[in-house]
Design a protein around this ligand. Structure first.
Ligand SMILES: Cc1cc2nc3c(=O)[nH]c(=O)nc-3n(C[C@H](O)[C@H](O)[C@H](O)COP(=O)(O)OP(=O)(O)OC[C@H]3O[C@@H](n4cnc5c(N)ncnc54)[C@H](O)[C@@H]3O)c2cc1C
Length: 398
């Protein structure tokens, strides 16, 4: 049957397309269903374009400081629109690279929105695709605002990373809500391109999930560059005007207002679990709305699996949360999964690893002089001086 495959994968992001390649390598007939562009968030509106923009920001900062190095580059003019267009080219090239990998591995790509059906089936438009072995759900996540406090993403004055990556010019001033990796990256980028940036983090320090020493270094660097960093600060209410937003912020018992032309929401993402037929197929969610999976990432419906590229092994809450919350492991993890974890997942903060392999000797010494912080899996590193470095070995799509 033309619409029958051993394995069908819903979602062509880094989780889905890598699973598809592995499945095809194991000799299984494989199909990937993708509603937008292959490569998912990471390639199209995530890791790749932000790393391209960070590189532009790095060049801008370097040129601004070049006089100190005995190189007078004259007055430095930046143009976010040009940098943005370059980042789009880099993303598109990478997405085409994923397309090529699909062809090379003889994987069928179905364009459209898929809905799960009982009997290991997925419906796309009027077509139904059937898997004989497994359906893998890899639908990823999307941006979200905080409507409860007036921060709905309106795409003009309140934006997300999705919009920030397509702006033609830098806003005059930008308040970023959330100082995780995404918020930190955009603070660096927009500061380099001339915006007055205020970074607001609810938890006691920026980069709450990363190494504390690294975070402390970055606060110093960011402040030196003129970025206002307010940690331990809760945005309690937002007043969204036509061309400015006023945020009520509470920090350390004191209240203050932050005004900016644009607010960028970088305080978490929502998982894509709605309207994909989970209920109809008997796939249960955890209390927190994530897909429940067992040690082998099988959902509560036999034959349906769920994966996320940024899922963590059990015992590490963030990754577990994104792929489901299976509770304490009762059996050893599946060997294939252990291998995948070693090769695909980023190092834990403070560890010096590359490509999942512990680094020793001279390489470890060199690595220790850099902070493996942002964009770990795609190869962006922040040096002690705050400069972003690319790891060329990690640029290719595997
Ligand atoms: C600004 C930004 C910067 C980032 N930088 C980094 C970084 O430097 N390093 C890093 O490791 N991570 C980074 N990330 C995180 C990274 O993008 C994600 O971890 C990764 O994309 C998750 O991959 P995924 O395949 O699980 O999901 P996604 O990439 O979200 O892919 C899911 C895919 O499924 C498709 N889909 C959803 N529902 C359906 C449906 N019903 N039918 C068909 N298709 C569907 C979507 O269109 C999407 O293409 C960044 C994220 C952002 C937002």
């Amino acid at each position: 049957m033309a619409n029958q495959f051993d394995v069908i994968i819903l979602g062509g992001g880094p989780a889905g397309y890598v699973a598809a390649i592995r499945s095809a390598q194991l000799g299984l007939s494989t199909a990937v269903i993708e509603q937008e562009k292959l490569g998912g968030v990471c390639v199209n509106i995530g890791c790749i374009p932000t790393k391209a923009l960070l590189h532009s920001a790095y060049i801008a900062n370097l040129l601004k400081e070049s006089k100190d190095f005995g190189v007078d580059a004259g007055s430095v003019k930046t143009d976010y629109g040009v940098a943005m267009k370059r980042s789009r080219r880099v993303s598109d090239q990478n997405s085409k690279g994923v397309e090529f990998l699909m062809k090379k591995n003889k994987i069928t790509v179905v364009k459209g929105t898929g809905t799960l059906q009982p009997g290991k089936k997925v419906k796309v438009g009027s077509d139904v695709y059937e898997a004989t072995k497994a359906v893998i759900i890899a639908t990823g996540s999307r941006v979200k605002g905080i409507p409860q406090i007036g921060l709905d993403i309106n795409k003009t004055t309140v934006i997300s990373s999705d919009e920030a990556l397509f702006l033609e010019s830098t806003p005059k001033s930008l308040a970023i809500v959330g100082a995780g990796a995404v918020g930190m990256e955009f603070a660096d980028i927009f500061n380099a391109f001339g915006a007055k940036v205020t970074l607001i983090e609810a938890l006691p320090r920026i980069l709450p999930l990363e190494d504390a020493d690294a975070a402390a270094e970055l606060v110093k660097v960011y402040k030196k560059r003129g970025i206002d960093v307010i940690a331990g600060a809760k945005v309690t209410q937002a007043k969204v005007g036509k061309d400015k937003v006023t945020l009520d912020v509470e920090a350390g018992g004191a209240k203050q207002q932050v005004e900016a032309a644009v607010v960028l929401m970088a305080a978490g993402r929502a998982v894509n679990t709605e309207n994909i037929g989970l209920k109809e197929t008997g796939i249960q969610l955890t209390d927190r709305g994530f897909i429940k999976v067992d040690q082998n990432l099988q959902t509560t419906a036999p034959g349906y699996y769920a994966i996320a590229a940024d899922a963590r092994p059990q015992g590490q809450p963030r990754r577990r949360a994104r792929c489901g919350a299976p509770g304490r492991p009762e059996a050893p993890r599946h060997p294939l999964r252990q291998r995948a974890e070693r090769h695909l997942l980023p190092p834990r903060s403070g560890e010096h690893r590359t490509h999942g392999r512990p680094v020793q000797g001279e390489e470890a010494r060199l690595r220790r002089r850099q902070v493996p912080l942002l964009g770990q899996r795609t190869g962006a590193w922040i040096g002690r001086d705050g400069g972003v470095r690319q790891d060329p070995a990690r640029q290719e799509v595997r």
